[in-house]
Design a protein around this ligand. Structure first.
Ligand code: ATP
Length: 669
């Protein structure tokens, strides 16, 4: 056990969970917790869990489907390509911790230990637990929704109000929402008419429910692939989508996070490809994803589902070798799974690759891709595909904004929406921790308190910036919490390694930016913590959608500031009463972790300094290796045709700025 484990006393996870729920709920959750733990245990053994059955209302987990998607192959390739080993932040943190331990062993050690012991004794005596009991049981929506006229004194918690007062608050919130409902009801007639004209009438579509994939008349190799990954019965979106997609129609599909949208488009693609003419190989399907990780995952799902077919796939994402992708594309794989930037690079620069034979174009997380920042890239891709193709768009927050959809030149698309849009998964408990305006600086301490005391594993924490995620990675390391970071400042290999470590339980926390918010399907994530509320409600839904997937239970905890009221209202409005809770972190716990954070400030700075120096050395080594390569292979390098770029750095920045402005404008609206 490390010094840091000694430093902070812990209370039992279950104790805390029972405390924060109302009496009727507590026992149920306790059992569900056990169930979830069992399920996770089974997962780690690699067994299929067939004990749950899927209901459209989300009344249980989907049958089967416990397969972990594979990043290993891609990562191994990347590892081999790395010229110089990367800076390892964990090593630097470990070194720092060792230094600190040695320091402690010196003159200060005794004094520090005495203080810590006193601290732990106090907690064990039940002070904190009984505080929590009162505080956390309060189940209201104080998190910034209702303005308090009374100024609460330091340390006085929301729970000091009686629970009936809390309920009043809840009623107020809902009353508020009903008012705005009336406004919303005044819908724009013109838009409704436009949508009517744009989408194919819903009554034309086959409205079937299927109890099993076998009942869908799919070919045997596809059924075998589904059985292999443990998919027994189709989910609601799969029931709706597969028959329509098989008819070759354009689709705009929406269903909550974790409801099986990937297989909803992969299965009909595979089924159609089984009947392709074999004499001339050509790339017939293009699947676009907004992030590399999601593309790796979708590729892995598709390859697994196609195990009993001869369908060929190629993964084209940034961060992986352009050359080996070029070689694969030359073979004309049937399906290309890509991120937009790298795909355009290949369309422009890879001889013999084009999208002229593309028959099906799919966009996963389509609403994200239709945002302004991607507009130029998408325009270029759509232009390269034949007009006669089938186009399918999917997202948990799928837009039906005709202006945006027109960019994709869809042909009378069919709208297939399963749940009311902008809703979280039905088995997600959404908790909110109120951060008052003058307490914004408490966020790190609140996060530490949550992670040290309550959420000790399988927890993903979202930050607004890469720098914040990285800094917290150092703080977590120095506080004895095992974590991996995932954001755009890492190499592709580091990104995939982080995902694998988290997936395999080697680390308990994944500290991520919105890079990880969409589509990623990691089994057994128990909790999602939002260090900040994201700026768009849809983004919030995607983040919290990393848990409570496939009908399983999950919990999200969002630190909500005064500026986030509107989004909190939206969360409350789109959920049932039992889904939304108010969590209070006891004031003394916050003080404790603030003190801890202050104590390690210098260590954090030292680690960052050390990291910077280490990076500079490695960068120099890298440059040296590159120069050596240039000298040794000059002829070959200069004989290659010059690559052309769809966007130079200036254009890229412009696109990004357009995206940012649109994003801000949307938030304002
Ligand atoms: N028919 C099925 N039976 C059992 N499990 C399924 C089935 N279809 C999908 N799953 C499982 O459900 C989980 C969620 O699927 P998927 O990742 O496709 O969700 P999604 O709707 O695309 O989510 P997101 O909106 O977050 O991208 C996956 O773990 C997948 O293996």
């Amino acid at each position: 056990m490390s010094d840091f484990d000694d430093f902070i006393g812990t209370i039992d996870d279950n104790v805390q969970i029972v405390e924060e729920l109302s009496e009727e709920e507590a026992p149920v959750v306790k059992n569900k917790n056990k169930k979830a733990k069992k399920a996770v245990k089974k997962n780690t053994n690699g067994d299929m869990d067939n004990s749950f059955s899927f209901s459209i209302e989300g009344g249980g987990a989907m049958k089967g489907g416990n397969m972990d998607w594979d990043f290993t192959t891609t990562r191994e390739i990347l590892k081999a390509q790395t010229l110089v080993p990367r800076t390892n932040i964990d090593d630097i943190i470990a070194k720092k911790l060792k230094e600190e331990r040695n320091l402690k062993k010196g003159k200060k050690r005794k004094a520090v230990e005495e203080t810590e012991e006193a601290d732990v004794d106090k907690e064990n005596a039940g002070d904190l637990i009984s505080d929590n009991d009162e505080d956390v049981a309060a189940d209201g929506f104080g998190g910034g929704v209702i303005e308090d006229d009374d100024d609460e004194s330091e340390g006085e918690s929301d729970s000091d109000k009686s629970s009936s007062e809390s309920e009043d608050e809840e009623d107020n919130v809902q009353q508020h929402d009903m008012d705005s409902d009336e406004d919303e009801e005044e819908k724009n007639e013109f838009e409704i008419e436009r949508k009517k004209a744009y989408f194919a009438p819903e009554t034309d579509q086959p409205a079937m429910t299927y109890e099993s994939f076998a009942a869908m008349n799919l070919s045997r190799p596809i059924q075998k692939g589904l059985a292999q990954v443990g998919f027994v019965a189709p989910t609601a979106i799969q029931c709706k989508t597969i028959p329509v997609a098989l008819l070759g129609k354009d689709i705009c599909g929406g269903a909550v996070t974790g409801s099986g949208k990937t297989a909803a488009f992969v299965v009909p693609i595979l089924e159609r490809l089984l009947y392709r003419p074999r004499q001339n190989a050509s790339t017939r399907v293009l699947i676009l994803c907004p992030t590399r990780e999601l593309a790796v995952q979708v590729h892995s799902v598709a390859v697994k589902l196609a195990s009993f077919t001869d369908i060929q796939f190629c993964l084209c994402v940034g961060g992986l070798s352009v050359k080996s992708q070029e070689m694969e594309l030359k073979q004309k794989p049937d399906v290309v799974v890509a991120t937009p930037g790298r795909l355009i690079d290949h369309v422009r620069n890879s001889p013999s690759f084009n999208l002229e034979s593309c028959e099906i174009l799919v966009m996963d997380e389509a609403d994200r891709m239709l945002e302004d920042g991607f507009a130029d890239e998408l325009g270029e891709i759509v232009k390269s595909c034949p007009k006669s193709r089938q186009t399918m768009l999917f997202s948990a927050t799928m837009t039906d904004n005709v202006d945006q959809l027109i960019r994709m030149s869809l042909q009378r698309p069919v709208r297939l929406m399963i749940d009311p849009s902008n809703q979280a998964a039905s088995k997600l408990i959404q908790e909110f921790v109120r951060i008052r305006a003058h307490k914004e600086g408490d966020r790190p301490a609140v996060l530490l308190a949550l992670c040290k005391k309550t959420f000790k594993r399988k927890c993903i924490v979202f930050f607004r910036s890469k720098a914040a995620a990285h800094q917290m990675k150092i703080v977590f390391g120095l506080c004895g919490l095992s974590s991996a970071e995932l954001h755009g400042n890492l190499s592709q290999e580091q990104r995939l390694e982080a995902l694998e470590k988290f997936r395999d339980g080697e680390v308990d926390y994944l500290l991520a930016t919105d890079l990880a918010s969409r589509g990623l399907d990691i089994k057994g994530i128990e909790v999602v913590i939002n260090f900040n509320m994201p700026q768009q409600f849809s983004q919030y839904l995607h983040r919290v959608g990393r848990t409570a997937r496939a009908g399983r239970n999950g919990r999200s905890v969002t630190l909500i500031g005064e500026a986030d009221r509107k989004l909190l209202k939206m969360a409350v409005k789109s959920s049932t009463k039992t889904q939304v809770k108010h969590r209070v972190v006891p004031a003394e716990l916050i003080v404790k972790y603030k003190t801890k954070l202050e104590a390690i400030t210098e260590q954090v700075k030292d680690v960052m300094k050390q990291e910077k120096e280490d990076k500079a050395i490695r960068q120099a080594e890298m440059e040296l290796k590159k120069s050596e390569n240039m000298l040794n292979h000059a002829n070959e390098i200069y004989s290659r045709p010059a690559r052309t770029w769809f966007q130079n750095d200036k254009d890229k920045k412009k696109s990004k700025d357009v995206g940012k402005t649109a994003y801000k404008a949307m938030f304002k609206r």
